[in-house]
Write a protein that binds this ligand. Sequence first.
Ligand code: MEV
Length: 451
Amino acid sequence: MQLLSGFSTWSTEEKLGWVLDEWMKRSGADSCSGVREEMLSWMKSFWHVNAPTQEIFRNFSENNLSNFFLPYGVVPNFLLNDRMYIVPVVTEESSVVAALSKSAKFWAEHGGFHARVLGTEKLGQIHFYSRIPASEMQKVFDAALPALKEAAVPLLSRMKQRGGGITKIDLLDKTTEEPGYYQIRVGFTTADAMGANLINSVLEEMAQALKEFVGCETGSNVDIIMAILSNYTPNCLVESWVSCPALSLTKHTHLGERFVERFLKAVRIAEIDVGRAVTHNKGIYNGIDAVILATGNDFRAVEAQGHAYASSSPESPAGYRSLSKASVDEQGIFHFCLKIPLTLGTVGGITAVHPLAKFSLQLLGNPSAAELMQVVASVGLAQNFAAIQSLITTGIQQGHMRMHIYNMAKQLGASPEEILALRRAIGTDTVTHSRVQYILEEIRARRGKDP
Ligand code: MEV
């Protein structure tokens, strides 16, 4: 087996050329047919027309060949804390934006979304092994603490000016779970930055300082295994909620009074059944990830911390559960709320570099990270409301498949005129792949007969 070496150092043209040669071999394309040249210009057609902008995209990650497009859209009418937002969203999933827009409009007419930040602390961990017994380690740690804090000072000076810094440094004795294993847990606030790079740099400096201090002072060795932030952030938390008289919801769908009753049951099921809870929460992240992507934030971190919280928060002692809750109080008021951890940034990372991420933040009014947390959580709640509403009334396939007509028709090689005719012919009927195929064949047959 021959392995490539130095691939990342090749120019984009060289990488693209090599990949297309491989693609030719693997796809069985005819090497004399000019396909390679066609593919080359096709791959390049996704490059940004403006060379400096393409250069920005190219530098986001290694081994870059081209760009991968996703639709960028907006959700208007998003009323949150008495302020009207236009929320930018990036998603490939049909019907997510339509559902979100419908939910946003409904709630704008019923008091809007409300949100508040409950905490902004992020965590970092230094994992190490030592022969120093647990009975002595706390004393050693206390003595090392000034050196650890000192090591962080140069890196944190700018963050301190912006109101961030270290909130706590604790030693955790893990030796009962694993002989010799200790952990230093560091709390941070990072103002408007997501702060991952800063946190990791501080942790690495502290780890080095710990190693040196313990070596010099005790002659004992500390084996630093790793120093890295934790994506478990139960103290970087935001809460969003909506409420309105339950009676207002009875007019909302054909279910009348049964709507609220069924809605509460749907949420209850997600509180007690893990199979449903995961899907319920996935629906929440359909909305959340769309804003996270549009604003250049880290959706992997946000998903990881959310699902961890769903299985280990004080409200979920029995394991993974729904992140949202619904109830109707004695006054007949319907309440629907979502509490989730979100580590977001509105400065740093790619937020100012990706042209559309920058635009998204401007469209949101250049929010602080705390304000963005409230927007994102409320979008998650709006999406969850929309999903449950569909599920307990028509089922989601009706709206979802209607939005999917274009993709199905495209797969069947339909032209724009055929897609238009297809949409008209389907009307409000149930959409299935076979039905789309059948109607398209009919359209084509009819056209074939036309003079
Ligand atoms: C589909 O992407 C998301 C839903 O399955 C969420 C849910 O079931 O609540 C509709």
